[in-house]
Ligand binder design. Structure first.
Ligand code: 5GP
Length: 209
């Protein structure tokens, strides 16, 4: 039996679509997932912890990480930097874990370019009004920031066709199960099983001799 190979799973979605809660639940329900913790220059929200939601750093520190090649990808979002630390992702993939990157669209496209077998999922709320309601209900952002994030959602909606699947986040449990199912299916595609296919061909050729 060949060792299980982890894949990169990119999860994007409008701010307020509920990605964070979804991802936490997915990781909690199944043990084959590892959630990557990003680095950001944005200030922590109340309740957020260093090293759990993000590694909170200064712009200077972030730029140093970029220069040293410590990030697989990075992007600017509503005036702040966000990026994925390289080391953690590498180690978890090696262990056979599926690594979830909860990142915005520019980062998602960079990941797809560098890792063509990455699976790209886009989380949507049931409708746009619900999105606004969730953002306002969160109570952690000022009206100006909410406005910026809604504008950004409109821009991001232009890029949805680049993703492999859309997931509608209406009922949390159902959505988690659906995502897990999509990821299991992705593990079975030929382009993610090159080694298995080559091995099988080699063994069959040996029979034919
Ligand atoms: P928030 O400030 O709401 O935590 O995140 C803002 C946006 O940045 C979200 O769309 C989130 O998915 C994205 N994001 C978080 N971490 C990263 C990252 O490491 N790289 C990129 N490209 N985007 C990220």
């Amino acid at each position: 039996m060949m060792k299980r190979k982890g894949i990169l799973i990119v999860v994007s979605g409008f701010s307020g679509a509920g990605k964070g809660t979804l991802m936490k639940q997915l990781v909690h329900s199944y043990d084959n997932y590892a959630l990557s913790v990003s680095m950001t220059t944005r200030k922590p929200r109340p309740g957020e912890e260093e090293g759990r939601e993000y590694f909170f750093v200064t712009r200077h520190e972030f730029e140093r990480q970029i220069e040293e090649g410590g990030l697989i990808e990075h992007a600017s979002y509503c005036g702040n930097y966000y990026g994925t630390p390289r080391e953690y992702v590498r180690r978890q993939l090696e262990k056979g874990k599926d690594v979830i990157l909860e990142i915005e669209i520019q980062g998602a496209l960079k990941i797809k370019e560098k890792f063509p077998t990455a699976l790209l999922l886009f989380v949507m709320p049931p409708n746009a009004a619900e999105l606004k309601k969730r953002l306002e209900g969160r109570g952690t952002e000022t009206p100006e920031v909410i406005e910026k994030r809604l504008e950004r959602a409109s821009e991001e909606a232009e890029g949805i066709e680049n993703y492999d699947y859309i997931v509608i986040n209406d009922r949390l449990e159902e959505c988690v199960e659906e995502m897990h199912g999509l990821i299991l299916a992705a593990h079975r595609t030929p382009e993610r099983n090159g080694e298995l296919i080559r091995e099988m061909r080699k063994e069959l050729e040996a029979f034919a001799k």
